[in-house]
Design a protein around this ligand. Structure first.
Ligand code: 6PG
Length: 255
């Protein structure tokens, strides 16, 4: 086994907590404060959330823990980082997870939950249009800035639906794209936010738990490979004031 630290070379800040419970509590605490600050500064909190299974514990915590009862959901807009192209009733649909664990339990303002709809060939363009229109006054160099983007990491080093060796990794203009390719994990067809959009966010949180992710973190932290092979390495803030934080439990961090 490789003994190099699995986290020493990660860019930005790293938070390690002993277990998933204390980790999601920390993420929820930060999210709560960041939300309040965004609402105070700009009147609304725009968050983009990933799918997969890791965020479930965070969403559950946010909607059940009385400490977060004052979360201003009515001033929060919820967006999706990525979606799987599967039927509407498929449990792998990220939207269904988001609804079940978060959206069905909070009261957002009107039209404040933005589903990535994959029914049409130009679904990606439509989502980009909704982002550009809604965040029109909050852009940098023509790229809208989300207040908060929550990412995960797959076993192959993918993040969002940015998979190894896929064409979307090279995207410099489009903010949202359909993605597919040999290295895309089932379901093979996805829609995803691209690097330019993710990297312009004010806060980027990467939530990773479990020992099954440690070796991949070691490769990412080691820096010998690149984003083409380990797409999460392409998560690099483009703005100086962006805060990139890796939230890991001890098992993922190799402790
Ligand atoms: C998706 C994701 C994806 C996810 C990672 C981690 O829809 O597949 O958004 O990028 O965050 O694959 O997934 P787990 O949390 O299930 O390990």
């Amino acid at each position: 086994m490789n003994e190099a630290s699995p986290i020493a070379g990660l860019p930005g800040q790293t938070v390690v907590k002993p277990d998933v419970d204390s980790l999601v509590e920390t993420v929820a605490d930060h999210l709560y404060v960041i939300g309040a600050e965004a609402i105070e500064a700009r009147g609304v909190f725009d968050i983009a959330l990933s799918g997969g299974s890791t965020p479930k514990a965070l969403f559950k915590r946010l909607v059940t823990d009385p400490n977060y009862r004052a979360f201003q959901w009515d001033k929060t807009r919820v967006w999706m980082v990525d979606e799987r192209v599967v039927p509407a009733d498929d449990e792998r649909l990220n939207w269904n997870m988001l609804k079940g664990f978060l959206l069905d339990h909070v009261t957002l303002g009107e039209n404040a939950a933005f589903q990535m709809k994959c029914d049409w060939p130009d679904g990606d363009l439509q989502y980009e249009h909704a982002i550009r229109e809604t965040l029109a006054t909050r852009s940098t160099a023509g790229v809208p800035r989300f207040d908060y983007v929550l990412l995960g990491m797959g076993p192959d080093g993918h993040t969002a639906s940015l998979f190894p060796q896929t064409h979307v990794l090279d995207e410099t203009q489009a903010l949202v794209k359909y993605n597919t390719g040999e290295r895309v994990i089932e379901p093979k067809h996805r829609m995803t936010m691209t690097y330019p959009l993710i990297n312009a966010a004010r806060h980027i949180a990467v939530l990773i738990t479990g020992v099954s992710k440690t070796e991949m973190l070691r490769r990412v932290s080691g820096g010998a490979e690149d984003a083409r092979e380990l797409p999460i390495m392409g998560v690099r803030p483009t703005e100086d004031d962006t805060d990139l934080t890796w939230y890991l439990n001890a098992a993922a961090a190799g402790d």
